[in-house]
Design a protein around this ligand. Structure first.
Ligand SMILES: *Cc1c(COP(=O)(O)O)cnc(C)c1O
Length: 372
């Protein structure tokens, strides 16, 4: 058997650089609670995204939960079921009712599905930029404006993606980013909220630290029932050091994606995403679709690749509304196309340490496994 190719690999920087960065923690003795690493990391993120309102959290999921909480939403939320379950969980954990819209060829929520599902209870659209491919933000924003809905993007997979040169986080009321180990850019675990209205900063500081505030005169108070969702200094240090690699990581992925597109182009039954020139993708995933012409099902291909030491992922073979806890609730859904795509989609390996030769080998294996 050839060498094993993993489905995914974290971007791990030079260990010496990390050790150098964390050394000062032994001098300050500050390991968490808004230390200097978190402040520095936050500033780097502001500079990188060009967005001035950013807060950091221990992970993306708690950031998303708190973003939703901050908008004090009530009622129904239109969302995409073609996502990591965190998106749906965060909606439900805030006492909101998810209404599942359909997706289009971008794997994201289809704007025409949104309008069909709006009722007088709809308060927001909360949906991911899945695979780092941005949603149709223009249409989503137009619909939100027309029906006075809030918009929160789950940008967990989209850090680094730009639309006409600007960060995806420029859109919507709020955008969450995740810096989990296997995202394009990581702080081991970590999350951020980027938001339009600067007033939210104070609220996020309260929410992520038990709701505790302090002033000289009155001492401690608890203003809201907050949680503990603070990013710690070791996470921030990892983010700071990883920043040096983000652009080159994305460039490497872009080259691999281009190689995949050209190698897979002439294989009947393999569909690759038609990347748009106006968008700088982060290539966090490389989704393909297996159609009938290929002669082998997605599940069979996944297994055959696995047997040959090539790891791929069936993202997403289950819609979140099909997980038992949500299926039983019987939420409204308009998911015809998503129900088709979930049987065809396969995510191929893409990460900075993957070699050109690996991509060539993956493509040739896919070519040879086709059944005519
Ligand atoms: C990774 C991910 C999350 C959760 O982020 P964590 O930092 O792991 O909590 C949420 N939504 C989507 C779409 C994700 O891919």
């Amino acid at each position: 058997m050839q060498k094993e190719i993993k489905a995914t690999q974290p971007a791990l920087i030079d260990i010496e650089a990390y050790i150098e960065e964390i050394k000062s923690i032994w001098d300050t003795k500050i390991m968490t609670n808004n230390g200097e690493k978190v402040s520095k990391f936050r500033q780097m993120l502001k500079d990188y995204t060009g967005c001035s309102n950013i807060d950091l959290f221990v992970n993306g999921h708690s950031a998303l939960m708190l973003a939703i909480r901050a908008l004090e939403l009530q009622g129904e939320v239109i969302t995409s079921p073609f996502t990591f379950v965190s998106t749906t969980n965060a909606i439900v954990q805030n006492g909101l009712t998810p209404v599942f819209g359909d997706i289009d060829d971008s794997y994201n929520l289809a704007p025409d599905s949104i309008e069909k599902l709006i009722t007088d209870k709809t308060c927001a659209i909360i949906t991911p930029h899945i695979f780092g491919i941005p949603c149709n933000v223009g249409e989503i924003e137009r619909i939100a404006g027309k029906y006075h809905l809030k918009v929160i993007y789950d940008g967990a997979q989209a850090f680094g993606t730009k639309i006409r040169g600007s960060s995806v986080a420029k859109y919507g009321d709020m955008t969450m980013f995740s810096f989990h180990a296997i995202k394009v850019f990581n702080s081991i675990e970590g999350g951020a909220i980027v938001y339009k209205d600067e007033e939210f900063h104070r609220l996020f500081e309260l929410y992520r630290n038990f709701g505790i505030s302090y002033d000289e005169k009155n001492g401690n108070d608890v203003e809201v029932a907050g949680i503990n969702a603070k990013m710690n200094e070791f996470q921030a240090a990892m983010g700071i050091v990883n920043f040096a690699e983000i652009d080159s990581e994305i460039v490497k992925r872009k080259l691999l994606a281009e190689q995949y597109c050209s190698c897979l182009r002439d294989i009947p039954g393999i569909w690759t995403y038609p990347y748009d020139k106006d968008i700088d993708y982060n290539y966090s995933y490389f989704p393909i679709r297996i159609t009938e012409e290929y002669g082998v099902s997605r599940d069979e291909l996944w297994l055959k690749l696995k047997e040959r030491g090539i790891g791929t992922r069936k993202l997403y073979d289950k819609l979140t509304c099909d997980y038992s806890c949500y299926r039983q609730a019987g939420y409204e859904r308009d998911t015809e196309y998503a129900d088709k795509i979930k049987k065809m989609a396969l995510d191929l390996p893409i990460y900075g340490t993957l070699q050109e030769g690996d991509v060539a080998c993956i493509c040739e294996t896919i070519r040879s496994l086709r059944r005519k």
